[in-house]
Design a protein around this ligand. Structure first.
Ligand code: XCC
Ligand code: SF4
Length: 661
């Protein structure tokens, strides 16, 4: 089918409204579809079936107007003319919606930040010599950060500096007064002053999360604007501390990524090798498992069991971590977790924290796959638990690899779909702009010049998850295709990056197929894909830093809110996506978020988030569900910013994207 994006189309919203039991399109990935056809035929349920089982949904829940905060409830606000307009305590729809929403922000912030905390702690243990198997892979990055933080490195060993830096970083989490460190170091003065004026400068990561829980307790904060402002403050503690520390300290400990080629999709599983799929988020575990899988002792053992070798591939953000730093293949994104197991070829599915469906355990029992949980924070009944501990990480990793090897001969029928796609990943703030600036000049000048001259329209960050309410990957792909056709450089993280990687958008050649002429010229000159993979979801902090660097470079305004940029999470699934949306809006970005947050039951809160908040932070949300329409809104926003900056008109007309699937 050949269609112009302008003549499009009700897709995603339509997918959400299909009645129960009707066949609906579940994925836009033909490789995933092959496995789904087989699971259907065998009567094996997946998240898609469980999704349909949940229909029809509770309307109060969908609209966010059910309150369970105190024991007098639950209270429901009627969206109709008749029926209660307040809870028993008097809380209105706006109060209820805002309270619930910022609790979600706090939960998302705690997930990223607890992850960041673990990485910093592992660096500390490594510096003390008590985390066996870990080495500080990037002392250069450590010294760079020390210089930025004003920590003297003179006459100090790498370990001494690492220890001091890790101790300082730990304080960012539980600071009780003052401000988190990064905004003043990295953001523009005007932005910092705006945050101070609004009272949304975070004191410490945990401080804000605790305060969110207090404010949203029964009978405390009832003013929706005041609640949302605190949500913004909590989110800034994540984006500008918890997540940013996870990225920076991860780079120090595990190495700063460099552009790397790899492959993605279920076809990376190997019929004749032991397949270990690492799923979850924390590189502290996956890095060790990758290392253990390359241990000659393990490879020998695998061969003794008749396998040709050991394949370690990832799902979800763990995949992005080991892809960025080790070039490990990506098995898939969030909705691939059950599909991978259903190939019959996964000997161990190794999980840590976040985005792990408890259903995996029962699902895996139909195959030979062993599901191994590793975190004390995340156990699943029926799974094998092998506690992972930084002190003995490498030994545990070897034990886990051994379990997979021993399980290899137990495979039943194996059916690996033969689809996989090449990709390039491993972009960071530094190396992308070394690329753009040419080999010897790491500078944002060429990017800024391209935007100023109208060769590039702007930059869009398309991030986030898969959501079973949508057709898997479709919204990411359609949105990104529309953006690059309009000369927008796209940066991606998380499961969205995996979605577009499967489609081939993360290859340099993609520019010739799908990008507008201006973007094409840039990709051709510097040899980058039109869509840059910046890593896992905590690595969205890389995007914040890149934007600050663009402003520093000059010619594009004084604040993030001035830049021709936009963000989107077109298949958002979890609370982490909400907090990311929040810290982007708090930082001044326009963010399209879909499916809509559960705020639609309050017109006041919806209006505040999608309109009025722009007066406050410079950013705002939109909840457009059609990804192409959403992309057009993002482009409109960029054009508005271009006009305000008096930039030149765009050099080239957009190409018409040809959307085939
Ligand atoms: Fe989870 Fe991070 Fe979302 Fe994917 S994108 S579904 S959070 S793995 Ni982060
Ligand atoms: Fe009902 Fe108020 Fe209690 Fe919520 S806090 S359950 S609205 S009484």
């Amino acid at each position: 089918m050949t269609t112009s994006p302008k003549r499009k189309r009700k897709i995603d919203t339509a997918a959400e409204k299909v009645p129960v039991k009707a066949k609906r399109k579940r994925t836009s990935d033909p490789v995933a579809q092959q496995v789904l056809d087989r699971t259907d035929a065998a009567g094996i349920e997946t998240a898609y079936d469980r999704h349909d089982e949940q229909e029809p949904r509770c309307g109060f829940g969908e609209l966010g107007i059910c309150c369970r905060i105190c024991e007098m409830g639950p209270c429901r606000i009627s969206p109709f003319a008749k029926g209660p307009k307040r809870g028993i305590c008097g809380a209105t729809a706006a109060t209820i919606v805002a309270r619930h929403l910022i609790r979600q922000v706090a939960a998302g912030a705690s997930a990223h930040s607890d992850h960041g905390h673990d990485i910093v702690n592992t660096l500390l243990l490594t510096a003390k010599g008590s985390a066996l198997g870990y080495v500080i892979k990037s002392p250069e990055r450590l010294f760079e950060l020390a210089a930025e933080w004003g920590v003297s490195t003179e006459k100090k060993s790498v370990e001494e500096v690492a220890r001091e830096m890790a101790e300082l970083a730990l304080k960012e989490f539980n600071n009780q007064e003052g401000e988190i460190r990064y905004p003043t170091l990295r953001a523009q003065k005007a932005t910092v002053e705006r945050r101070r004026r609004l009272g949304i400068m975070a004191v410490g990561v945990e401080h804000e999360i605790v305060e969110t829980l207090h404010r949203t307790h029964e009978g405390v904060d009832a003013d929706y604007k005041n609640l949302i402002l605190h949500g913004l403050r909590t989110s800034l503690g994540d984006g500008w501390a918890g997540s940013m520390l996870a990225t920076d300290y991860g780079d120090v400990l595990f190495g700063t990524p460099e552009p790397v080629r790899s492959q993605v999709n279920l076809g990376v599983l190997k019929e004749d090798e032991v397949n270990i799929v690492v799923h979850g988020h924390e590189p502290t575990l996956s890095e060790m498992v990758v290392a253990a899988s390359r241990d000659p002792e393990m490879v020998k053992l695998a061969k003794e069991k008749g396998a040709k070798g050991i394949m370690v591939g990832g799902i979800c953000c763990t995949a992005n971590e080991i892809l960025m730093r080790q070039g490990a293949p990506v098995v898939g994104n969030f909705l691939h977790q059950e599909l991978a197991v259903a190939t019959g070829a996964v000997d161990v599915m190794l999980v840590d924290v976040q985005c792990i469906m408890p259903a995996l355990v029962e699902h895996a029992q139909r195959f030979h796959t062993k599901v191994i949980t590793t975190s004390k924070k995340a156990k699943i009944p029926g799974a094998t638990h092998m506690q992972f501990d930084e002190h003995t990480a490498y030994e545990t990793a070897k034990e886990i690899v051994k379990v997979a090897i021993e399980n290899y001969p137990n495979r039943g029928p194996v059916d690996i779909p033969q689809g996989k796609t090449d990709l390039v990943a491993g972009f960071t703030v530094r190396n992308t702009f070394t690329h753009l600036g040419g080999r010897y000049r790491s500078s944002f000048r060429p990017l800024n010049d391209a935007i100023i001259s109208g060769r590039l329209r702007g930059v869009a960050a398309v991030v986030g998850c898969n959501n079973v309410k949508k057709v898997q990957d479709q919204s990411h792909i359609r949105m990104v295709r529309e953006l690059i056709a309009n000369d927008v450089l796209v940066v991606m993280t998380g499961c969205g990056a995996t979605a577009c990687a499967k489609e081939g958008l993360l290859q340099p050649e993609a520019a010739f197929k799908w990008a507008g002429k201006g973007l094409q010229e840039i990709c051709e000159t510097v040899g980058i894909p039109p869509v840059l993979h910046l890593g896992s979801c905590v690595d969205n902090s890389r995007i914040l830093v890149a934007l600050c660097e663009m402003i520093k470079e000059g010619g594009l305004g004084q604040e993030l809110a001035d830049l021709p940029i936009a963000g989107a999470a077109p298949e958002a699934m979890c609370e982490k996506a909400i907090v990311i949306g929040f810290y982007c809006v708090a930082s001044g970005a326009y963010v399209n978020y879909s499916p809509a947050m559960r705020v639609l039951g309050s017109s006041e809160v919806t209006k505040y988030l999608t309109e009025e908040i722009e007066e406050v932070t410079g950013g705002k949300f939109s909840f457009e569900g059609d990804p192409v329409k959403a992309a057009r809104l993002m482009i409109e926003h960029m054009d508005k910013k271009r006009a305000a900056l008096k930039l030149r008109p765009m050099m080239y007309a957009p190409v018409t994207a040809e959307i085939t699937e």
